[in-house]
Design a protein around this ligand. Structure first.
Ligand code: 26W
Length: 836
C-alpha cells in the first residue's frame, strides 16, 4: 500500500491510542532522557557533543507535547466549532526546545534533572539550529501569532511551506555580505511529524475543458496537468501552561511516483525521472526578498502550492465531517491571509467549491467572501505583488479564468456604484492593463475578503487614504486596524529570565499571560532599591551580549558602561541604517576634532541581512564594516565609541540582543515602516526608543509618554509635502556637522584602498529624488542623540525611564493583538483542554 494513501483501522481500537499520562517530575525526565540517549540514539559517556544530549532531551519534551496535542485535537473535534487557518509563506520559528519547556512549565525541573546528570541545559538549547523559514517581521509575526493563539486556547492552524533551505546564513568577507545556504534539516528535525497519509495532489499546467458529468451538469475540468504531491509535516505549538497544543502544518513538495511514464515513450525515461527534480524544487528554498516582488515563476508555484494544499486539506476534513454539505462552511471557517503571498487562495477556493464540489458561482463566491480575510504588511509600491496574466494562463489556466470572472463581476459592481467613472474602473481593476497585463494580487485579496487590515494605526489609515483608497470608498466596513505585537513568552520570560524573575517577584506572574499587568511595575520606578536591581540585571545582560559578540570578534573589547545603541532589522534604504552611520561618523568626527567634553561612551551595534539582489543594501553593510574598521582601530577614539556589525542576525540572536540593549533605533522614513516589531521586543526588555513618528513607534510613544521616548524627524505628511522641493545639497551646505561628515565620506576616509566604492550610496542620499530623505532628518537625529546622551548620564533617571518602558509595553503583546483579531474578525470560542 502506498504510505500516502489514507489508512483507516477497520475498527479503531482505543487500546492502541491510550497511554497513561507521562510524569512531569525530575525523576521522569532523568529516566526518559537516559533511555533516549542510550537506547534510541546509542550514545554513551564518550560522546561530548551537546547535540545528542539535546536530541534526547527534546525527545522527552516532545512526548509531553504529543499527549497534549492529541488531547487538543480531541477537544476541537468534539466541539465541532469554528476554526481559523492562518496561511503564511513564512513562519520564522527560531529554536523550539527552550520555548517548549517554558510553555510546558518544566524549565526548572529539567534544569535540575540535567544538572544531576552533569549537563548544562543552556548548552543543549544552544546546539539547536534556528528554523529560519522567514525573512523578517512578517514571518516572525506569524510565529508570535500562533504562540498566542495556543495560549488563548483558540482553534487556529498555521499553514505554510517546509523549505528545505531557510533564510541564508550571512557571513562577512572583507566587509561584504556573503550568503551561505541554510540547510537546517541536515541533522533531521525532531519537532516535526511527517503525515504521509494526508498527502494531496497539486495541479500545474494543462488546460481546461467543459465536460458534462453523470447528472448532466456542466463542469469545468482542468486536465493534462503536471501534478506534484504535497506532503504535510506537523509541528506542535504549545500554549502557555494550559495543555493546549495547536498545529503548524508545513507542506513539502514531492514528485508523483508514477513519473507519468505513459506520457513519455520509453526513450524519455531519464527525462521523466528528471522531471521529479523540478517538482521537488517547489519547496527547496525560501525567497530571501523582504520588500521587492521579483515575479519569478517558481515563487508563483510556491504560492499556489501552499494555497491549494491548505484549502484542499481543510475541505477534505470538512467533507469527512459533513459530506458534500457546505451550508455551514462559511460560519465555521476563516482563512487569514498573511499578506498577498497566499492570496491566490481566493481563486482556488472558488475552483474547489465549483469544479470539485459542484457549487454554483453565487454559492461559492458567498462562501469565499465570508471566509477570507487579508492582512497587508507594507505600503511600499515595489513590494506589491503582481503576476503576468500570460504566466498565470500557462501555469494555472483554470485559476486565471476564475480571476477574469471575479474581475468582470466586480467591475460591474463598481460601475453600478459610480456610473460613467471609467478612470475608476481602470484604477480598481484586478487586471492591470498595459504592455504586459498583470494580476494585482492585493486587489484580488481585497475583493475576495470580508476584512482588510493594516498592522499599526498609522499604517491602516494610510492604506485607507492612499494605496487602497478606492476600495475603502466602496467598502469602508471591510477596513480595520490590528496593531502588531510580540509574544511575551519568548521575548521576555524566555529570553530574559533574570528580568522576568524580578518582575514576577515584584508583581506576581500573571503578566506572562496578561501583559497589561506590567503597569504595576510603574510605581517601582521610584524605588531606589528596585532601580539598583534593574540596573544590575541590564548590566549582566550587556556582559552576556559582549560574550556573544566575542564569538564573532574574539579580540574585541567592549565597555559595559557604554550606551548600547542597537539597530537590528533587515537592511533596507527605508529603514535608514545609513542615517545611523552618518551619526556615528559625526561622533567620530567630534572626537577627532577634540569636541569630546563630558563624553558619553557609546557602542553602536547594527545587524541585519540584505536581500542578495539588493545592491544598495549590500553597500550599506560594506559601509558599516568599513566605518567600524576605521573607528575601532583608532587609538584616539579609545572606548568612547565603537561600531559593530552583528553578523547573521536571526531569531536566536535577538534573544541575546534585546535584554542587553539600552537604546533602540527605529529611524525609518515616516510613513514607510508598516509597524515594526523589533521596536516592541526592545521596549519590553527596558530599552528606550529613538524613533520617528512611524509604524508602531507612534503607539509606543503614546503608551510610554513623550518624556520617556526620543522623538525626532519629519512626520509622514511633512515628508510628502517636502518631496517636490527637497534639496539635500543646501541642507548639507547649511549644517557644519553634516558637511564634515559628508566630506569624510566623500574624501574616501573609509575606503582608502577601495576608491569609489561608496559613490552610488553617497549619490543616492544627496539626490533630490531620494525617496527616504535621509539628509532631511540628520540634524534632528543628531540633536536628539545628544539628548539621549544627556539622559544616559543621569543613571538613575535613565533606569526610571527603562522601567517605565517595560511597564508600559503591555499593549504590544500578541495576546492583545490576537484577542482583537478574534473579537473583530474570527469570532472563535476558546476551547480549554483538559489533561490528563
Ligand atoms: C514579494 C516579496 C515580499 C516579501 C515580504 C514582499 C514583502 C514582504 C513583507 C512586506 C516583509 C515584511 O516582513 N514586512 C514587515 O511586516 C511586519 C509585520 O507586520 C511589520 O512589522 C514591518 O513593518 C513590515 O516591514
Amino acid at each position: 500500500m502506498m504510505p500516502y494513501k489514507r489508512f483507516i483501522l477497520s475498527k479503531p481500537n482505543s487500546s492502541i491510542t491510550e497511554l497513561p499520562a507521562l510524569g512531569m517530575e525530575k525523576k521522569d525526565f532523568i529516566a526518559d532522557f537516559k533511555q533516549y540517549y542510550i537506547h534510541l540514539l546509542g550514545r554513551d559517556e564518550d560522546c561530548r557533543s551537546p547535540f545528542y544530549a539535546g536530541e534526547a532531551l527534546s525527545q522527552a519534551v516532545r512526548d509531553r507535547l504529543m499527549e497534549r496535542w492529541k488531547a487538543t485535537h480531541k477537544t476541537y473535534k468534539k466541539a465541532q466549532g469554528k476554526r481559523v487557518f492562518y496561511l503564511s509563506m513564512e513562519f520564522l520559528m527560531g529554536r523550539t526546545l527552550s520555548n517548549a519547556m517554558l510553555n510546558l512549565g518544566v524549565t526548572d525541573v529539567i534544569s535540575q534533572a540535567m544538572y544531576e546528570l552533569g549537563v548544562a541545559v543552556e548548552e543543549l538549547a544552544e546546539s539547536e539550529l534556528d528554523a529560519g523559514l522567514g525573512n523578517g517581521g512578517l514571518g516572525r509575526l506569524a510565529a508570535c501569532f500562533i504562540d498566542s493563539c495556543a495560549t488563548l486556547q483558540l482553534p487556529v492552524i498555521g499553514y505554510g511551506l517546509r523549505y528545505e533551505y531557510g533564510m541564508f546564513t550571512q557571513t562577512i568577507v572583507n566587509g561584504e555580505q556573503v550568503e551561505k545556504p541554510d540547510h537546517w534539516l541536515r541533522h533531521g528535525n525532531i519537532w516535526e511529524i511527517e503525515r504521509l497519509e494526508y498527502t494531496l495532489p497539486i495541479k500545474f499546467g494543462g488546460h481546461t475543458e467543459l465536460q458534462v458529468d453523470e447528472q448532466g451538469k456542466q463542469r469545468m475540468c482542468w486536465i493534462n496537468t503536471h501534478d506534484v504531491l504535497a506532503v504535510p509535516y506537523d509541528t506542535p505549538i504549545p500554549g502557555y501552561q494550559n495543555n493546549t497544543v495547536n498545529t503548524l502544518r508545513l507542506w513539502k513538495a514531492v514528485a508523483t511516483e508514477e513519473f507519468n511514464l505513459d506520457e513519455f515513450n520509453a526513450g524519455d525515461y531519464v527525462e521523466s525521472v528528471a522531471a521529479k527534480i523540478t517538482a521537488e524544487h517547489i519547496t527547496m528554498v525560501l525567497y530571501p526578498n523582504d520588500a521587492n516582488e521579483n515575479g519569478k515563476e517558481l515563487r508563483l508555484r510556491q504560492q499556489y502550492f501552499l494555497a491549494s494544499a491548505s484549502l484542499q486539506d481543510v475541505i477534505a476534513h470538512w467533507v469527512k465531517m459533513h459530506g458534500n454539505n457546505f451550508s455551514e462552511f462559511a460560519s465555521k471557517s476563516c482563512f487569514q491571509l498573511n499578506d498577498t503571498h497566499p492570496s491566490i487562495a481566493v481563486a482556488e477556493l472558488m475552483r474547489l467549491l465549483m469544479d470539485i464540489h459542484g457549487l454554483s458561482w453565487v454559492e461559492a463566491w458567498a462562501i469565499t467572501q465570508q471566509t477570507m480575510a487579508y492582512t497587508n504588511h507594507t505600503l511600499l509600491p515595489e513590494a506589491l505583488e503582481r503576476w503576468p496574466v500570460k504566466l498565470m494562463q500557462r501555469l494555472l489556466p483554470r485559476l486565471m479564468e476564475i480571476i477574469f470572472e471575479i474581475n468582470a463581476r466586480f467591475l460591474s459592481e463598481v460601475a453600478a456604484h459610480c456610473p460613467g467613472d471609467n478612470a475608476r474602473l481602470r484604477r480598481m481593476s484586478i487586471i492591470e492593463e498595459g504592455d504586459i497585463q498583470q494580476v494585482r494580487m492585493a486587489y484580488l485579496a481585497i475583493v475576495g475578503s470580508f476584512s482588510v487590515n493594516g498592522v499599526a494605526r498609522l499604517h491602516s489609515s494610510l492604506l485607507q487614504q492612499g494605496l487602497f483608497r478606492d476600495f475603502y470608498e466602496l467598502w469602508p466596513h471591510k477596513f480595520n486596524n490590528k496593531t502588531n505585537g510580540v509574544t511575551p513568552r519568548r521575548w521576555l520570560a524566555g529570553c530574559n529570565p533574570e528580568l522576568a524573575a524580578l518582575i514576577t517577584e515584584t508583581i506576581g506572574n500573571h503578566w506572562i499571560t496578561d501583559l497589561s499587568e506590567l503597569k504595576k511595575l510603574a510605581p517601582y520606578a521610584e524605588d531606589a532599591g528596585f532601580r539598583e536591581r534593574w540596573r544590575t540585571i541590564k548590566r549582566q545582560a550587556k556582559l552576556r551580549l559582549i560574550d556573544f559578540k566575542k564569538q564573532q570578534h574574539p579580540n574585541l573589547h567592549l565597555n559595559v558602561e557604554a550606551l548600547f545603541d542597537v539597530q537590528v532589522k533587515r537592511i533596507h534604504e527605508y529603514k535608514r541604517q545609513t542615517l545611523n552611520v552618518l551619526h556615528v561618523i559625526h561622533l567620530y568626527d567630534r572626537i577627532k576634532r577634540g569636541d569630546a567634553n563630558n563624553w558619553v561612551s557609546r557602542c553602536v551595534l547594527i545587524g541585519g541581512k540584505a536581500a542578495p539582489g539588493y545592491c544598495m543594501a549590500k553597500k550599506t553593510i560594506k559601509l558599516i564594516n568599513n566605518v567600524a574598521e576605521v573607528i575601532n582601530s583608532d587609538p584616539e577614539v579609545g572606548d568612547r565609541l565603537a561600531l559593530f556589525f552583528l553578523t547573521d542576525y536571526r531569531v536566536s540572536a535577538m534573544e541575546k540582543i534585546c535584554p542587553g540593549a539600552d537604546l533602540s533605533e527605529q529611524i525609518s522614513t515616516a510613513g514607510k515602516e508598516a509597524s515594526g516589531t523589533g521596536n516592541m521586543k526592545l521596549m519590553m526588555n527596558g530599552a528606550l526608543t529613538i524613533g520617528t513618528l512611524d509604524g508602531a513607534n507612534i503607539e509606543i510613544r503614546e503608551e510610554v509618554g513623550d518624556e520617556n521616548f526620543f522623538l525626532f524627524g519629519l512626520t509622514e505628511s511633512e515628508i510628502e509635502a517636502r518631496r517636490s522641493h527637497y534639496d539635500p545639497l543646501s541642507i548639507i551646505d547649511q549644517d557644519d556637522d553634516l558637511q564634515r561628515v559628508m566630506n569624510l565620506l566623500e574624501s574616501g576616509h573609509f575606503n582608502q584602498f577601495e576608491p569609489g566604492i561608496f559613490d552610488s550610496l553617497i549619490a543616492s542620499i544627496k539626490s533630490p529624488q531620494d525617496p527616504w530623505m535621509t539628509i532631511a532628518d540628520f540634524r534632528s537625529f543628531a540633536d536628539t542623540q545628544k539628548r539621549v546622551e544627556d539622559a544616559y548620564q543621569d543613571k538613575d533617571h535613565w533606569t526610571k525611564m527603562s522601567i517605565l518602558n517595560c511597564a508600559n509595553s503591555g499593549k504590544f503583546s500578541t495576546d492583545r493583538t490576537i484577542n482583537e483579531y478574534n473579537n473583530e474578525i474570527w469570532k472563535l470560542q476558546p476551547r480549554p483542554v483538559q489533561y490528563p
